[in-house]
Design a protein around this ligand. Structure first.
Ligand code: NAD
Length: 377
């Protein structure tokens, strides 16, 4: 198959959808790989690295027009809508339940659009979202520790303390992938860590793997209120799948916090779990409300593109290989997880939540692709 890699043109997006190592794997399996010139620059992969891996460097037009399978990181933005076309399989993060113009552009074009974020295993894991949650979780204490410094508006607390001086306290709301990864880095920095979680099973698991190194407490609004006053750093990491994040920290609760404490609301991409949170960017990451520093960068992994590109492509490559090897129809017939990723096909919306979000007709995938083994959606 002819597999293309497009350069990202969204502001502040430095990731690329395939590494030279991934390109080499595909070339070795007999596929042709076309990489748009300078697509890898933001992740420190110059064109020459792809050429050495056996890929061909091409123009933006050739990448979009000659590919059968096109790999991207972010959803197409308006200037790219005209490039969507029938016969092309697009594999990327799409997030189209929140983007009606793009949903319509995809459907009108006849393209096959497969969304990384809805590839879902039978046991409900999201293998192409998990690596970004791991990265955001691990970045959160790092960002929080930095903005706790006094000259940056923080309280002036060193999370690790020193011998004779107590460490800082980190409160993590939600102990899923982001929360667990935030906790282990906060522990590594020497902080005292508390996780509030709502699922008993998840807490049992965290207890096993963290073996008593963190306090695990059942989450409730009373508990949040009681814990928040002690915290130097609060990390928001809750998720209710398919819904906006619950506002666990109200504006009133900020008054209970220590002046100069920092909140890092990682859940900001789902609306945030702190009432006073609004999305910020890497170039302007923080603001202050009632004496509390808020860090709410909506695409935290974008700040570490070298790591993020490797982590993302480690997770996507097996699916890319499957589509390239078998074609989309056969690949989704073999793998229900990949089938759940198919959002738009032949002008039909094949992912229920997307159709419902925009009041459009939903067509089950198996009605468009006779081979599909898509189930349980
Ligand atoms: N800002 C970014 O750059 C970025 C990057 C990756 C992920 N995220 C976001 O981070 C959030 C967390 O993602 P995740 O992968 O860790 O999800 P996850 O499903 O692995 O974990 C969420 C956890 O929150 C818990 N939870 C739900 N309601 C709760 C409550 N009221 N109190 C305490 N815990 C509660 C759940 O039981 C679950 O364990 C999501 O909103 C995700 O979109 C943001």
């Amino acid at each position: 198959m002819r597999v293309g890699v497009a350069k990202e043109i969204k502001t502040d997006e430095y990731r690329v959808a395939l590494t030279p190592a991934g390109a080499r794997e595909l070339v070795q399996r007999g596929h042709e790989v076309l990489v748009e010139t300078t697509a890898g620059d933001g992740s420190s992969f110059p064109d020459a690295d792809y050429e050495r891996a056996g890929a061909r460097i091409v123009s933006v037009d050739e990448a979009w027009e000659s590919s059968e399978l096109l790999l991207k990181v972010k959803e197409p933005i308006e200037p790219e809508y005209g490039r969507l076309r029938e016969g092309l399989v697009l594999f990327t993060y799409l997030h189209i339940a929140a983007d009606e113009p793009l949903t319509r552009a995809l459907a009108d074009s006849g393209i096959a659009a497969v969304a990384y974020e809805t590839v879902e295993t039978d046991d409900r894991r999201l293998p192409l979202l998990a690596p970004m949650s791991e990265i955001a979780g691990r970045l959160a204490p790092q960002a929080g520790a930095y903005f706790l410094e006094k000259p940056l508006g923080g309280r002036g607390v060193l999370l690790g303390g020193v011998p004779g001086v107590a460490p800082g306290r980190v409160l993590v709301l939600g102990g899923g992938i982001v929360g667990y990864n935030a906790a282990i880095i906060a522990l590594g920095l020497g902080a005292q860590v508390t996780i509030l979680e709502r699922s008993i099973d998840r807490m049992r698991h965290l207890d096993e793997i963290l073996s008593g190194r963190v306090s695990l407490i059942m989450s409730s609004s009373l508990q949040v209120e009681e814990s928040i006053g002690d915290a130097d750093l609060v990390i928001g990491a809750v998720l209710i799948p398919g819904a906006r994040a619950p506002k666990l920290v109200t504006r009133g609760m900020l008054a209970e916090m220590k002046p100069g404490a920092v909140v890092v609301d990682v859940a900001i991409d789902q609306g945030g779990c702190i009432e006073t949170a609004h999305a910020t960017t890497h170039s302007d990451p923080v603001y202050e409300v009632d004496g509390i520093v808020h860090y709410c960068v909506a695409n935290m992994p974008g700040g570490v593109p070298v790591t993020s590109t490797h982590a993302l492509t480690n997770a996507t490559l097996p699916y890319v290989e499957a589509i390239a090897e078998h074609g989309l129809a056969e690949a989704v017939a073999r793998d229900g997880a990949l089938a759940r990723g198919v959002s738009v096909l032949d002008g039909k919306i094949t992912y229920r939540a997307v159709a419902e979000a925009h009041g459009l007709d939903f067509t089950p995938l198996e009605r468009v692709l006779p081979l599909a083994a898509a189930s349980g959606r």
